[in-house]
Design a protein around this ligand. Structure first.
Ligand SMILES: Cc1cc2nc3c(=O)[nH]c(=O)nc-3n(C[C@H](O)[C@H](O)[C@H](O)COP(=O)(O)OP(=O)(O)OC[C@H]3O[C@@H](n4cnc5c(N)ncnc54)[C@H](O)[C@@H]3O)c2cc1C
Ligand SMILES: Cc1cc2nc3c(=O)[nH]c(=O)nc-3n(C[C@H](O)[C@H](O)[C@H](O)COP(=O)(O)O)c2cc1C
Ligand code: SF4
Length: 649
């Protein structure tokens, strides 16, 4: 059994004693009520994370002034104190210390009042409707007013019984734009040298300290680097951070949490699957080596207890601050402590959670933990059953596996029939493209949990209505997935046309020159695979106006990588025909063009495998269809429907 001795060493931050070195990082949930109060849903969500064993929870960025759209916690009025007090109590009662992050102004990204130090707009303005197009220059009066609001908010948070506050100085928001010479061209007291550019953060620290008691922790989260600048450049790099940490230490800050990434580099702030693990350790290591004495916490794709332990053992940080790992599995700390690392539900870093709150402005969901935000409902339904049923699950993709795990854990006798030679469904090929290895962790996890739950798995078994009837189950859950959708283009049925699933599974080989049709995530990833793993010359075509990635972070990644892989792109085109030699298109400019190729690859989406369900509906008392066979969507929907089908048995 692996022992994570450093990870479970108690620690102290100012007067606040922590039982271990694991901190839940702040994550906006949009679970608050319309008016900014803490909701029941939020209480249950944080209670679960406290129960899961983290030493300290940082409550999501609460706003010190009223916001435009609802969803955020507000701390701009004393009327919010009773709700906050309930939250502090529920965390304490479940064994965790708790602090709240204060965040107010998101600089050029601010949805109510886009304003930056010198009036420069967000670098991706126009890429998404959620990024403001117009930005004004923030005034001295604005900055002074904001600082006063922080002080007042900190007082309220203390009165509500929290152990401290975290001042938000990361994720590229206003404080980061002020720190960066690239964004901050001011010549007044808030510009110029480091002290000037850090004046706003120093004011926040000072006013927060003034309004709170000495044993209240005043913590700060900082952008450790904008990940563009090199030493001496007009930006922000780790040497600047070292100096800033020293300044903050001298100004009464209790501890510092370091992340990285600016408005231009969001992939560092919430590192997706294509980013390296532990990506901010270089910065905390530099801060520690520079002799900063206060506790330094590191954040950024630290997904395994082994990596967390290693960072602490190496002295590269004093605490490990984890966000998505504990959204995916709140019991990550407890499972690590008990040596059950293989039972930790792995976060696959697809940033669906972030997309919900940042792009769609929806309550947060999670791909691998669909019960996030639904904890109470789930626990109410999960208890073991009184009548054991014989349950047959048809299809061993993520939906089928998840349904089987929960049904078996509840005490039913469960069998999966899978027509393929292994469990996994589309998840197997989804993990194949370059950078998608994190999905493989989910696949392994689900397979292991199926085995541990005692589910009987029958492979190479294609279910038919007659076979199911003969098996005589009490309950049937159908999870047979989807099939590729074929667009109606003349010649599309030709032998040279195959689909992305056949390419990624290795079922069909592609030629040297390929034309790909489709521009979603799967289309882009299939192009990467064909260019990088198969060495083909790839031309990507699609009828939509642009590549389909609503989150600008992924759009940037896709465009950069397609360019790196020399993939030629014809977007917004019409298809005239497919011939044995290639594809005839009409380009966006109205030019008819023939794209010669050996293989045409379709990444044009999926259609539900509905026929099978039709043949069974109405024949069983206990019957459910889940996942892609209902409507092709994503892993999260398949897992969630699997859970509900199993708890309703
Ligand atoms: C290339 C690719 C990449 C993707 N990437 C992502 C991603 O990054 N993130 C994301 O969220 N989603 C992704 N998806 C979508 C995701 O994989 C699906 O939404 C998800 O797998 C659906 O799960 P499911 O269990 O409903 O169906 P499936 O995964 O399709 O599983 C259905 C299973 O049923 C079996 N089956 C079918 N008929 C029978 C029968 N008669 N008897 C027995 N067994 C049968 C099949 O063999 C299969 O194993 C991707 C899909 C593809 C194709
Ligand atoms: C859904 C979501 C919401 C977030 N909200 C906040 C926030 O309110 N304040 C903040 O400082 N960081 C926020 N973050 C960033 C995380 O705190 C964290 O820095 C980031 O996810 C990287 O850590 P991880 O790799 O452990 O997930 C959010 C991240 C996610 C996924
Ligand atoms: S699995 Fe995806 S949605 Fe869930 S926490 Fe990780 S990144 Fe967020």
């Amino acid at each position: 059994m692996p022992e994570f001795t450093k990870l479970f060493e108690p620690g102290k931050m100012g007067k606040v004693e922590l039982k271990n070195r694991i901190i839940f990082a702040p994550c906006g949930t949009h679970y608050s009520t319309h008016y900014g109060y803490i909701s029941e849903q939020q209480l249950n969500y944080y209670a679960e994370r406290a129960k899961g064993g983290a030493g300290l929870l940082i409550i999501e960025g609460a706003s010190c002034r009223k916001r435009g759209k609802p969803g955020r916690i507000l701390v701009n009025d004393d009327k919010f104190i009773p709700g906050m007090a309930k939250l502090a109590k529920i965390c304490h009662d479940n064994g965790a210390k708790v602090v709240m992050q204060m965040s107010s102004h998101q600089g050029s990204m601010d949805e109510v009042d886009s304003a930056s130090p010198s009036g420069l707009p967000h670098p991706f303005a126009g890429w998404s409707t959620s990024i403001p197009k117009k930005t004004r220059m923030i005034t001295v009066a604005d900055l002074e007013e904001l600082a006063v609001e922080y002080g007042e908010a900190a007082r309220r948070i203390m009165e509500a019984g929290f152990d401290g506050v975290v001042i938000h100085g990361a994720n590229g928001y206003l404080p980061c734009e002020l720190l960066s010479k690239r964004f901050n061209k001011r010549t007044d007291a808030y510009g110029g040298d480091l002290k000037g550019r850090a004046k706003f953060l120093l004011d926040l620290a000072r006013l927060t300290r003034q309004k709170t008691s000495p044993d209240f922790a005043v913590l700060m989260r900082l952008m450790g680097s904008d990940r563009i600048s090199k030493p001496g450049d007009e930006g922000w790099d780790k040497n600047d951070t070292v100096e800033l940490c020293k300044l903050m230490e001298a100004n009464g800050i209790t501890a510092i949490n370091i992340t990285s990434g600016s408005q231009e580099t969001p992939e560092w702030s919430c590192p997706p699957y294509f980013m390296p693990n532990g990506c901010n350790v270089d910065i905390t290591s530099a801060v520690k080596k520079a002799g900063v004495k206060m506790p330094i916490w590191v954040t950024g794709k630290i997904m395994t207890p082994a990596l967390a332990e290693q960072i602490l053992q190496d002295g590269d940080a004093d605490y490990i601050c984890i966000a998505r790992g504990l959204i995916a599995d709140p019991f990550w700390p407890t499972k690590a402590k008990e040596g059950r690392v293989e039972d930790i539900t792995p976060c696959i870093c697809d940033d669906r959670c972030l997309e919900d709150v940042m792009v769609d402005w929806q309550p947060m969901s999670c791909t691998v933990n669909p019960m996030v935000g639904k904890e109470q409902e789930f626990h109410a339904k999960m208890p073991r059953i009184t009548k054991k049923k014989k349950v047959l699950i048809v299809g061993g993709g993520p939906g089928g596996m998840q349904a089987a795990i929960i049904a078996a854990q509840r005490g039913h006798k469960v069998t999966i029939w899978e027509k393929g030679k292994e469990l996994g469904g589309q998840l197997i090929i989804a993990a194949v493209p370059p950078d998608k290895g994190d999905l493989g962790n989910l696949l392994n996890y689900l397979r292991l949990q199926v085995a541990k739950a005692g589910v009987k798995v029958v492979l190479n078994k294609k279910a038919t209505p007659a076979a199911i009837k003969a098996f005589a189950p009490d309950s049937v859950i159908v999870a047979v997935g989807s099939t590729p959708w074929v667009p109606p283009i003349p010649g599309i049925e030709g032998k040279n046309v195959i689909n992305c699933r056949q390419v990624l599974s290795g079922e069909k080989e592609i030629g040297k020159n390929v034309v790909e049709i489709g521009a979603g995530h799967v289309g882009c990833e299939t192009c990467f695979f064909m260019a990088e793993k198969k060495g083909s010359n790839v031309v990507m075509t699609f009828p939509e106006p642009a590549i389909e990635a609503k989150f600008w972070m992924f759009k940037k990644y896709f465009l950069d990588k397609l360019a790196k892989d020399n993939v030629k792109i014809y977007g917004h085109c019409q298809y005239k025909q497919v011939t044995p030699d290639g594809v005839e298109i009409i380009t966006e400019d109205g030019v008819t063009m023939f794209l010669k190729c050996d293989t045409v690859v379709l990444s044009t989406g999926s259609t539900p495998d509905d026929n099978f369900g039709k043949s069974l509906r109405g024949k069983f008392m206990d019957y459910a269809e889940i996942g892609d066979c209902v409507k092709p969507r994503k892993i999260r929907e398949a897992l969630e429907e699997g859970i509900w089908a199993a708890v309703n048995l």
